[in-house]
Design a protein around this ligand. Structure first.
Ligand SMILES: NC(=O)c1ccc[n+]([C@@H]2O[C@H](COP(=O)([O-])OP(=O)(O)OC[C@H]3O[C@@H](n4cnc5c(N)ncnc54)[C@H](OP(=O)(O)O)[C@@H]3O)[C@@H](O)[C@H]2O)c1
Length: 278
């Protein structure tokens, strides 16, 4: 992966998502630690910890973090967004690209909250970015020039895959790839428990399950891959896989998954409405 030696990144917020991004940029060799700066609100121990583990630059001082940065990542909880944006607005220079990873904070609200800052991009990454295996959706604000969007892409493309979406699809993306890792972890938990109950050691159960998920994911990423066809190929009539799938079918798992993803999207919309009125 090409190192982005000309970019300095400032993170406002130093929590779980910020750490996933930091780790991803370092693991993939996208940025060197000295080009990543982070600040938070009050947890100094957390800043020291990030500095120790990743060698990045941290400071409680927002002006210091933002000064000279090319890209500013807004990674605070949506409820904390108004304060964080009001604090950042007077410190921004007009050329800095601001990328918000905050769920439910709309582009108009970002622009307004940042005092009319022209270069805002909304992103919805997931925590698998920490390994360079993330999935991120991107959407530029109104009239944001292509170069600004390109700058955002240079930071998020190396962290996995990126897709461009329109803003109305953020709730759907949140439900699919934002919450998605948890669906897979739930399935993994269940398979690992079942594997143990069949006599496999903890380690064997975990390894076999994780590698199976990784391999299936890689098969799915192949060009033109069709999950239905992949499933058909591993399901012999009357065989073991067919027996397992029949149990899941009988339990209505497919319909429940549809329901779960739709519920997550609806919840995302509810939270976005709350964020808009906070
Ligand atoms: N976690 C995920 O899987 C995920 C996925 C996609 C998107 N996101 C989005 O990422 C954002 C952050 O989520 P998270 O899970 O990383 O939350 P988190 O772990 O709670 O971290 C939030 C961070 O924001 C800092 N903060 C709060 N107010 C601030 C301010 N005024 N100025 C500077 N920093 C401030 C907090 O600092 P203190 O600790 O000092 O208060 C903390 O470092 C959210 O908007 C979420 O929607 C998260």
């Amino acid at each position: 992966m090409q190192r982005q030696d000309d970019l300095t990144v400032a993170l406002l917020g130093a929590g779980k998502m910020a750490e996933a991004l930091i780790s991803g940029w370092l693991v993939t060799g996208t940025l060197e630690p000295g080009r990543i700066r982070a600040c938070n609100r009050k947890d100094r121990e957390r800043l020291r910890d990030l500095e120790c583990r990743y060698g990045i630059v941290t400071t409680p001082d927002k002006a210091e973090v933002l000064d000279g940065a090319d890209v500013v990542i807004l990674a605070v909880k949506p409820a904390d967004a108004p304060v964080a944006m009001a604090e950042a607005a007077p410190l921004l220079d007009g050329r800095q690209v601001v990328v918000s990873v905050m769920a439910g904070v709309r582009l108009d609200a970002l622009r307004d909250g940042l005092g009319g800052h022209p270069l805002v991009v909304r992103a919805m990454p997931n925590t698998s970015c920490s390994l360079g295996a993330g999935a991120t959706a991107l959407c530029p604000g109104r009239d944001v020039p292509a170069e600004a969007m390109e700058t955002a892409r240079r930071l998020f493309d190396p962290l996995g895959v990126t897709v461009d979406i329109t803003e109305d699809l953020f709730d759907a993306v949140t439900a699919v790839s934002g919450s998605g890792p948890a669906y897979v972890y739930l399935l993994a938990e269940a398979v690992i428990e079942a594997a143990r109950s069949l006599g496999l050691t903890d380690e064997a159960a975990r390894l076999l399950t994780a590698q199976t998920i990784l391999g299936a994911g890689r098969m799915l990423l192949a060009e033109d891959a069709d999950p239905r066809e992949l499933r058909r190929r591993v399901t012999s009539p009357g065989g073991t896989t067919a027996a397992a799938l029949a149990v899941l079918e009988q339990a209505g798992v497919v319909a429940r998954v549809h329901e779960a993803v739709r519920r997550a999207a609806a919840r995302s919309a509810e939270l976005a409405a709350l964020a808009a009125h906070s």
